[in-house]
Design a binder for this molecule. Structure first.
Ligand SMILES: CNc1ncnc2c1ncn2[C@@H]1O[C@H](COP(=O)(O)O)[C@@H](O)[C@H]1O
Length: 249
């Protein structure tokens, strides 16, 4: 049963600035998806990380692969997007930035969120594993949406398995994106030994950082990386509060 504190926190108006669409699917929606596709033999334990449960980054990306099998039609995408937006609204979120590679489909549909008291904006996701050509194509699409979506598409998100590829190959796509006015939310330093890449990406600079777990010298990053984040006042989403207390969203 909800405590008084639960109710208070639910009603408190909030902003959510680091939500991946397929990373925000609730248990109930997942159940509907699983029932729709019994032939896939997918169980709940394959699609979620329970509170307190520890998983490696690699295992997290395995979970996304399973979710992508479940969400593979226009009908699924729309159902998931509607449910996610309604659930964030029911949780008291008033401003939501949703990142997804399905942006192209969703943008026009959610230009008018009339029945729900929530302002939803989209970030078009570039998945690192698809490489520079797809990244550039995605940026062009995102630019079109930026111009035609009446402010619904606001930026570009660089995400995906951080051990795959190198940011230097995506730099021209990211620069183009920035030059055309898209805000940049970049996942960086999510794994150790990515100092060079983080240096490059921080020079852009991004408007937001995803995770940035290994930026600090104590965990294999460097003073120069920390300096760049602090001097440029770049907010970090979903990281550890220890090192960047003033920057965590
Ligand atoms: C754990 N930290 C993370 N680091 C990097 N990328 C992540 C992520 N969590 C999620 N994603 C990215 O978001 C996609 C799912 O949403 P969409 O299918 O696009 O809606 C994942 O496939 C991955 O590319």
């Amino acid at each position: 049963m909800d405590t008084e504190a639960d109710l208070f926190y639910r009603q408190l108006p909030k902003v959510e600035l680091h939500a991946h669409l397929n990373g925000s699917v609730s248990f109930e929606t997942m159940e509907t998806l699983i029932k729709r596709k019994p032939h896939l033999n997918i169980e709940h334990s394959m699609t979620a990380i329970r509170r307190g449960q520890r998983r490696s980054l690699d295992e997290c990306f395995q979970v996304f692969k399973v979710i992508h099998q479940l969400v593979d039609s226009e009908e699924d995408i729309l159902m998931v997007a509607k449910a996610v937006i309604q659930e964030f609204a029911a949780d008291g979120v008033k401003y939501l930035e949703l990142r997804t590679h399905f942006c192209f489909l969703l943008t026009f549909i959610f230009c008018k969120q009339e029945e729900v008291d929530i302002d939803v904006r989209f970030l078009v996701a570039v998945d690192r594993r698809h490489g520079p050509v797809v990244a550039m194509e995605t940026v062009k699409l995102a630019e079109d949406f930026l111009l035609s979506s009446d402010g619904v598409v606001v930026g570009l998100d660089l995400s995906g398995d951080p051990t795959v590829g190198h940011g230097k190959d995506l730099l021209s796509a990211l620069e183009k994106s920035k030059n055309c006015g898209l805000k940049l939310a970049l996942h960086l330093s999510e794994v150790p030994s990515r100092r060079d890449e983080s240096e490059l990406l921080l020079n852009l600079p991004p408007d937001r950082i995803g995770h940035g777990t290994f930026l600090h010298p104590e965990v294999g990053g460097s003073d120069s990386l920390v300096d760049k984040v602090c001097k440029q006042n770049i907010p970090i989403g979903k990281s550890f509060p220890l090192y960047f207390q003033n920057y965590i969203l």
